[in-house]
Design a protein around this ligand. Sequence first.
Ligand code: AMP
Ligand code: ZN
Ligand code: FE
Ligand code: FE
Length: 286
Amino acid sequence: MEFIDLHTHTLASDGTDAPAGLVRKAAAAGLKAVAVTDHDTVGGLEEATEEGDRSGIEVIRGCEISARSEFGEMHILGLWLPEDPGPLARVLEELRTQRTDRNLIIIRKLVELGVDIAYEEVLAVAGGETVGRPHVARVLMDKGYVASLREAFERYLGYKGLAYEPKKTLSPVKAVTLLSGLGATVSLAHPRLIRCPDAWLEDTVSALKSYGLSAIEAYHSEHSGADERFCVDLAVRHGLALSGGSDYHGAAKPGIDLGTGHGGLRVPAFVLEELKRQRREHGLPV
Ligand code: AMP
Ligand code: ZN
Ligand code: FE
Ligand code: FE
């Protein structure tokens, strides 16, 4: 049996592996295909696809966009992004600009709390275009303010943290419309991590399908077996395909490995074959 991983992050956003390094690791792990899905950037995709050709592993060009909902953030994955991202490029750039504004507010709050931290230090640990809270967390840890990345989120950066600042995000409809308009396969990432009523998720999936949502990320490192089954049923009820991936971030999320997540994750290659079948049905390139 062959396996794949359709959700990973590199240095282009808040992962810690260079795109080429991540692709080499995926090939070494025996995966048949890997999607690179950095937050708010396509900056790692060229390096990743070039390494895919060298290493003999299929690389799928993707990204992950945060959207807002009444129950907190929803994450939308775009897979098979075109080489020319067109209008997506401008939207992603705007999202990154809003991230900069937010990051500066977080830094100001930290300084007001007595933490000795400068934004330049955060930029120095970020390797790519998208800078976020994990980079701030790394600096807090390196400077001894917290003992772990997790503690950085608990004490300072998370929803209940002392320096919390929400992120400006798109509406889910805008994110889905934008990605599907480019011919991407659009998947709702880790649906069970949204703390929302089941009926609301049902209605939201139904509404987003009419804007081009095409898949549900049933398989994910933080999904239990019951979550997986729930998502598979959800997808079947709405006539959507399945996707799955580890959400690998390298050292930024210790304990999550490519393809296997916390150890129990396996995304079979037929998930990829089904997504491709769906794309061919709609006349989209694979
Ligand atoms: P941002 O996009 O800047 O809001 O940061 C979100 C990133 O922070 C996501 O990739 C999460 O994986 C990571 N993150 C969120 N909460 C935690 C946490 N409690 N511990 C470690 N990482 C977290
Ligand atoms: Zn991330
Ligand atoms: Fe996510
Ligand atoms: Fe992710």
